[in-house]
Design a protein around this ligand. Structure first.
Ligand code: ADP
Ligand code: MG
Length: 245
């Protein structure tokens, strides 16, 4: 395991009006690392993810990707959005495009790949998430688990340096959760750098290199999954774990 810092947040603060949603956040995500972020609802987990691809701006502090500050606009920002892939709870697929078109749109429009190249790579990725046989269907014809696997393939098609997952299984029927976690576990074992907000503690135990526990906009503790789950250091974490485990 390398420890080259890929994403570094230093002293990051963010407000929504009077609400101080991110408080002095320091977080380093190393290349190849899987960081699982957990914490109560409203603690700032989604906002944290969204600052890393600049879906949200920050008020103070710095965020760097590969040592470079996040670009604010223009081509730099478009490049950032492909370098930092995001998978949302609600899939966010384009409803009027087929599965394959969902996966090839970014590579053709943003990466300027030829249609043929984008389709070849798209099919490879769809096969990888075991959905190649659905390539010509529309999202609404797929189950939630299948749609989320398409969303993962779509993010991978941009060759991201890091993938952010914001509660990727929370909107799924229980029987579909595992198929999505399996894809994520495979990506993790292949060395993909990932930041995963999730309540799936089994996944956190198995796949995370580090667990980050947030409450009230702060990182309250950060530890290996083993250490965190068997011996949480803070009362907030103990209380949270007692409610979900
Ligand atoms: P989490 O993902 O941990 O549930 P969020 O990052 O979504 O937390 O939200 C943190 C806090 O910021 C919550 O109190 C939420 O209501 C608030 N918040 C999130 N997005 C916005 C927004 N766009 N405008 C105002 N408040 C927001
Ligand atoms: Mg959230």
């Amino acid at each position: 395991m390398t420890s080259t810092p890929l994403v570094v947040l230093e002293n990051v603060n963010k407000h929504f009006g009077d609400l101080h949603v991110l408080r002095d956040i320091d977080l380093t995500v190393n290349s190849g690392e899987v960081v699982v972020v957990i914490g109560p609802s409203g603690s700032g987990k989604s906002t944290l993810c969204r600052t890393i691809n600049r879906l949200e701006t920050i008020d103070s502090g710095t965020i760097t990707l590969d040592g470079q500050p996040l670009p604010a606009e223009g081509r730099g920002l478009a490049k950032l959005r492909s370098d930092v892939g995001m998978v949302f709870q609600s899939f966010n697929l384009f409803a009027h495009k087929t599965v394959l078109q969902n996966v090839t749109l970014g590579p053709t429009k943003v990466l300027r790949k030829s249609k043929a190249d984008a389709e070849a790579r798209g099919m490879e990725l769809l096969d990888r998430v075991q959905i190649g046989d659905q390539a010509h269907k529309y999202p609404a014809q797929l189950s939630g688990g299948q749609q989320q696997r398409v969303a993962i393939a779509r993010a991978l098609a941009m060759n991201p340096k890091v993938l952010l997952f914001d509660e990727p299984t929370s909107a799924l029927d229980p029987e579909m959760v595992q198929e999505v976690l399996d894809v994520m576990t495979d990506l993790a074992s292949e060395g993909m750098t990932m930041v995963v907000v999730t309540h799936e503690m089994g996944f956190a135990r198995r796949a995370a290199n580090r667990v980050v526990f947030m409450a009230d906009g702060q990182i309250v503790e950060e530890n290996t999954p083993d250490e965190f789950f068997t011996n949480p250091g803070s009362d907030r974490a103990k209380d949270f774990l007692s409610k979900i485990l």
